[in-house]
Design a protein around this ligand. Structure first.
Ligand SMILES: NC(=O)C1=CN([C@@H]2O[C@H](COP(=O)(O)OP(=O)(O)OC[C@H]3O[C@@H](n4cnc5c(N)ncnc54)[C@H](OP(=O)(O)O)[C@@H]3O)[C@@H](O)[C@H]2O)C=CC1
Ligand SMILES: Cc1cn([C@H]2C[C@H](O)[C@@H](COP(=O)(O)OP(=O)(O)O[C@H]3O[C@@H](C)C(=O)[C@@H](O)[C@H]3O)O2)c(=O)[nH]c1=O
Length: 303
């Protein structure tokens, strides 16, 4: 009788490991014996340095690289072009070249900010990209370099990420709710909030199938189920938080986004259609409201 041996775990190297998505991805991967997670921060693997990239790949010999490192400050990017393009474009190109040379597939995260937001019903992977700002343009060019240098890639475009840590809309609104009597929120910006943990789940599910031989490389969209507005999302955040504490905010005011004086216009519709992910990988959207409840539980458990 032949002895059954446990297959070797899939080695997944994660860049920018202190970020929101990376944190959840690594935590989920560590709960699953199919994976060996290799979380690297900027000191262990600086994606802006080709030498640092090569050294990390040579040391860890991963089966997959997940690139979550990015410059995500949408307004600041308008002034900090260099930083935005260095991280969101050049670094992706260098990573793609290095991984391409070693035949290591790359999973890379991208954004709804590639679109101009005019399609109210949402965007599929085939729709034309037309970014409104420097951040979106730098991410668009990063995608292009990845396609050029490592055909065995996944580009996963996601939107409106929230989690219990890092810099995100949920935590900013929660802070305002504790300090301000009124909050204004855009009722003309539509999209689908997505928890960082949900993105982690999707990435791991895709990697499992790809590692088993699925030849499904390419670009995919994922976001939480149920289209909403910034205003309605804020309403849900406040209602959820009030289960745990009294908030200073008494009034939530719907406003057009131009009244908020943000530096760069956001897409009016950030809605991503996720049919391709379902038909190719069988991965379904999860309702963001359930994820929001889980994240709020985590926030208040920590406090
Ligand atoms: N946040 C969102 O709403 C959305 C995010 N995305 C995309 O998803 C991905 C993950 O986003 P998110 O988790 O929010 O990212 P975060 O901004 O939370 O994390 C990015 C991480 O990258 C690290 N980093 C910065 N410079 C380097 C470098 N040179 N080398 C290695 N690491 C570096 C940062 O470290 P440090 O903190 O030390 O600078 C940080 O830990 C990104 O590609 C982003 O563009 C897409 C759509 C929505
Ligand atoms: C400050 C503020 C903003 N807003 C609105 C205006 C604008 O549409 C939006 C801006 O919020 P944020 O700064 O969180 O959103 P933004 O910088 O657009 O966040 C993005 O991060 C990047 C990385 C992405 O890829 C996107 O998917 C998205 O989540 O929120 C309010 O409604 N009320 C407010 O008080």
């Amino acid at each position: 009788m032949t002895e059954w041996t446990q297959p070797a775990p899939i080695k997944v190297l994660v860049t920018g490991c202190h970020g929101q998505v990376a944190h959840e991805l690594v935590a989920l991967g560590r709960l699953d014996s199919h994976f060996e997670m290799i979380p690297l921060d900027v000191n262990a693997m600086d994606v802006c340095s080709p030498d640092s990239i090569s050294a990390a790949l040579d040391t860890y010999l991963p089966d997959f690289v997940v690139n979550t490192a990015a410059f995500n400050k949408v307004d600041a990017a308008e002034h900090e072009h260099e930083k935005s393009f260095a991280l969101n474009r050049n670094a992706v190109g260098e990573l793609a070249k290095a991984c391409g040379a070693l035949s290591i597939p790359v999973v890379h995260l991208s954004t709804d900010h590639l679109f101009d937001g005019h399609y109210a019903s949402g965007y599929s992977e085939e729709d034309e990209v037309s970014p409104l700002g420097v951040f979106g343009e730098s991410k668009r060019q990063g995608e292009e370099l990845l396609r050029q240098y490592q055909p065995r890639h996944i580009i996963l475009r996601v939107s409106w990420i929230f989690s219990a840590r890092g810099d995100n809309y949920l935590l900013r609104m929660l802070h305002k709710a504790r300090t301000d009597c009124a909050i204004e929120a855009a009722d003309d910006r539509r999209g689908c909030p997505t928890s960082a943990a949900d993105v982690g789940r999707v990435i791991l599910a895709m990697i499992k199938q790809l590692h088993s031989g699925a030849d499904s490389w390419g670009t995919y969209h994922y976001c939480g189920a149920e289209v909403t507005t910034r205003y309605r999302f804020t309403e849900a955040i406040l209602a959820g938080a009030r289960q745990y504490e009294a908030l200073k905010t008494e009034e939530l005011v719907p406003v057009p986004s131009k009244a908020l004086h943000v530096e760069v216009e956001r897409p009016a519709s950030s809605v991503l259609k996720c049919k391709k992910l379902l038909s190719t990988f069988g991965i379904r959207q999860r309702p963001w409201r359930n994820e929001l409840a889980a994240v709020l539980r985590e926030i208040y458990r920590k406090e």
